[in-house]
Design a protein around this ligand. Sequence first.
Ligand code: GLN
Ligand code: ZN
Length: 777
Amino acid sequence: MLTTHLLGFPRIGSQRELKFAVERFWRGELDEAGLAATGRELRLRHWEWQRAAGLRFVSVGDFSHYDQVLDTTVLLGALPARFGFDAATLDRARYFELARGNAAQPACEMTKWFDTNYHYLKPEYDAATRFDGGPQWLLDELREAKLAGFTPKLQLVGPLTLLKLARVQGLDPLALLARLVPAYVRLLKAALAEGSDWVQLDEPIAGLDLDEKWLAAFAPVYRELAAAHPRILLATYFSGVAERAELLRTLPVAGLHLDLARAPQQLAAFADWPAGKVLSLGIVDGRNVWKTDLDAALATLTPLHSKLGDALWLAPSCSLLHVPVDLEQEDGLALALRDGLAFARQKLDELSTLSRALCLGRSVCFQALEANRAALARFRGQAGRDDAAVAARLAALPELERGLAYPERAALQRTRLQLPLLPSTTIGSFPQTGEIRAKRAAFKRGELDEAGYRAAMQAEIAHAVARQEALGLDVLVHGEAERSDMVDYFAEQLAGVAVCRHGWVQSYGSRCVKPPVIWGDVSRPRAMTVEWTRYAQSLTAKPMKGMLTGPVTLVQWAFVRDDKPRAEVACQMALALRDEVAELDAAGIAAIQIDEPAFREGLPLRRADWPAYLDWAVTAFKLSAAGSRPETQVHTHMCYSEFEDVLPAIAAMDADVITIETSRSAMTLLDAFGVFAYPNEIGPGVYDIHSPRVPPVAEMTALLEKALAVIPAERLWVNPDCGLKTRGWPETEAALANMLEAARVVRRRLAEGGAASAAPALAGAQGAACGCGHPDE
Ligand code: GLN
Ligand code: ZN
């Protein structure tokens, strides 16, 4: 039989067992032994599934209590020195302190793992970092697998990827290789001794834009590693590596893995693969939930199998960390939709069918192939997959521009909205209290009827409006009480989009997200937010901001159909939202915010692909926004500050107002705005909502004065840096009261024409990663 294997399996558990165990451990309700028992149970269950599907190896090293990058650096013994922990004796509680911070130290910085929605913890290295080895956890897991009778393949983040992802201070990262490689050598030798005949080293950076010196590091590093372990599989994924084929072919490793889901065309570059060396093909999409078209896969694989024989290995394109665990649990989905889906567990069976068909002939697995064909035919043929009305709208796209240029729109909006200088607003959500969640849960369980639920949410909206009026905000929001999640709320109402019941995917640590599934043409059967917004507006004479999640974000945070270009799916989404915008506008809503927190993270891994992405992303946003009249003010919100390099695209979106995160980075972003001269209005968040801390007035006054150095007063807004849903009311009211006082202070200063007061020094505070928009209730 051909070798089938995995680059990793989701560790969280089909019922999110790991999440709940870890959180109980944090609350002190579970001890270390209890936590370890949950981990063992999950590993054994997942390995058993892998064996049952006929995989040659089970994956060891894909399990983690928080993050596999943190685990790798812990294993190597390179903990951030600022914690003062000894790597060799690190216990679980301290391990979690590295991930989550403690009273004395902020957590390690968290950022996105390549272009996925998974977040890893950045290793922190400097000239003093040593890699002298850490706890034996990984070797224990190897032994555990062997003892249970499994054949393990150890996997680790490769040394070059680890270094590239680390924050290295005070020296050239590559200078650390002299210390890092010997640490890997020790690990590889230990793995070999413990019976891991193959070791997979993940080097996804091989598919990034890389300097010559990084590319040049591959050969010497892998020469040393190969001397320590004779069977290394070097895994590339998320991006094609065709232009590095020569380098990769000649590395002294025993095998190479390619991501054929992301970059099928790269196969041509590996046509002269040397005999005997393993070529592992990621033929099953590890990033998406669609069932593999087995006929198409076999058409690709058959000639390669004849040529490579046993040296051909089959795998998912990347770790299955990025897909939900088991489709079996989704009994709520329409049957024809389920026919098109495969989650992690189902993908194992696809590998096994492919391997059997190649080795034993298609007739042997005739039934499985026939079932695959029939299921895909039902899925593709289901009503709503291709909607003629959506196609007709796409063929005759409506106007992309707002009708008037920003300066003329701004004049109309000024007359209509009657706002003071430095107008104040918030980003949309107000605290999602326990009562709100309890009401929603009761409604979902059927214990509260629709009228009761509506009344309860209206009461929350009225409450939020009353508090905003009392505080004296200028542009109000309804508070999003009726939304459990900024993506799900829309996904549940759009045609062509499904929401799973258990489709959880790890986002970071114990946090999971449940991406909606965009399986068909997207349209909006009925208004989604208009009633709530109209109700909120009826309670106040102040302008009420309509609140929508933007087309790029709705696509970015979903599993997206792969038979149509992403750009086209985003356009469909944009048209659906455009109708909502138009209906809000017609209902008299004078300001509409279209949130795009995922705009920047959608950027492709390779720079060369950026223009095409930015082009469709900007188009999609504008298509939605242009559903409004020029006198209606369009806002957008993005919750990060590193978009120096995409500012022209953000300006091209032509929102009247953009609110952004800047408070945590002490407004460094403003330097970029100074250089670029952003043409429309900006609300640089003046306080960090990720912390319960109530910032004093002077701190926010200072930030506003700083902003005024690069943004003219007529175009500056005052707002927090993100939505307030994760906060409690007391700190929210206190912080907003201070924020409004800061606005008054600066307005007075401007009216008196005085000079800006000296700004107190601001620490660039490090906050927890922003989990906004994605609660995991
Ligand atoms: N309007 C949303 C909110 O306030 C925006 C959230 C986000 O940017 N992620 O919650
Ligand atoms: Zn935000």
